[in-house]
Design a protein around this ligand. Structure first.
Ligand SMILES: Cc1cc2nc3c(=O)[nH]c(=O)nc-3n(C[C@H](O)[C@H](O)[C@H](O)COP(=O)(O)O)c2cc1C
Length: 164
C-alpha cells in the first residue's frame, strides 16, 4: 500500500469488534506516535491507553455515544501545557503537536488494519477529573481503536482547485 492508498483507507470508524488489539500492533502504533515531529521537539504530550473495562465505562461518560462503548481500547491524547512551545507572540503550539501525533496514530492503525476515530467533542474537564489527571495535562482528543465492525462511507473532500 502506498502512502496515498493508506491515507484514503483511513476513515472515522464508529463501530468496533470486541476483539482486543494484539500487543505488538499497539506497540507499533505507539512507536509511530513517539516519532511524530513537534515544535522545538518538545513532545508536549501524553497518550494514555485505556483498555480496562471499568475505565472504558468511566470514559464513556465523557462522550455519550453508544458506539464509543464498542471500542476495546480508547487512547486519551493530552497536551502538557508546561512543556509546549510558545511563540514570541504568545501562540501556543501544543495542540498542533498533539494533532500531528494523533494523525500518526490513526494512519499507523489503518496500516495495521485497525480502525480509529478522532473524538474532540467530548467533556474534557470531566475526563480530567474522572481520571484524576495532573494539572498540566489537558485532554485534546479521545481516540477509540480496534478492529472495525463497520465500513467506510464515501469520502467527500474539497477539490484541488478549492484548496489551492
Ligand atoms: C479534530 C477532529 C475532531 C473530530 N471530532 C469528532 C467527534 O467528536 N466525534 C466524531 O464522531 N467524529 C469526530 N471527528 C471525525 C470527523 O467527523 C471526520 O474525520 C470527518 O467527517 C471526515 O471523515 P473521515 O474521517 O471518515 O474521512 C473529528 C475529526 C477531527 C479531525
Amino acid at each position: 500500500m502506498d502512502f496515498l492508498e493508506l491515507v484514503k483507507s483511513r476513515y472515522s470508524c464508529r463501530s468496533y469488534q470486541p476483539a482486543s488489539i494484539e500487543a505488538e500492533k499497539l506497540d507499533y502504533v505507539m512507536e509511530c506516535v513517539r516519532f511524530a515531529p513537534s515544535a522545538v521537539n518538545r513532545q508536549p504530550w501524553r497518550f494514555r491507553v485505556i483498555t480496562d473495562a471499568d475505565a472504558l465505562k468511566t470514559l464513556c461518560q465523557c462522550y455519550r455515544r453508544d458506539w464509543l462503548a464498542t471500542a476495546p481500547a480508547v487512547i486519551i491524547a493530552s497536551v502538557l501545557h508546561d512543556e509546549e512551545w510558545v511563540r514570541f507572540d504568545g501562540k501556543h503550539h501544543g495542540d498542533i503537536d498533539v494533532a500531528i501525533a494523533v494523525e500518526h496514530l490513526c494512519l499507523a492503525a489503518a496500516e495495521q488494519g485497525l480502525g480509529t476515530c478522532w473524538v474532540c467533542n467530548f467533556d474534557a474537564p470531566l475526563c480530567h477529573s474522572l481520571f484524576s489527571l495532573p494539572e498540566n495535562e489537558d485532554p485534546v482528543a479521545l481516540v477509540p481503536i480496534g478492529y472495525p465492525a463497520d465500513t467506510p462511507k464515501e469520502k467527500t473532500r474539497k477539490t484541488r482547485e478549492q484548496i489551492s
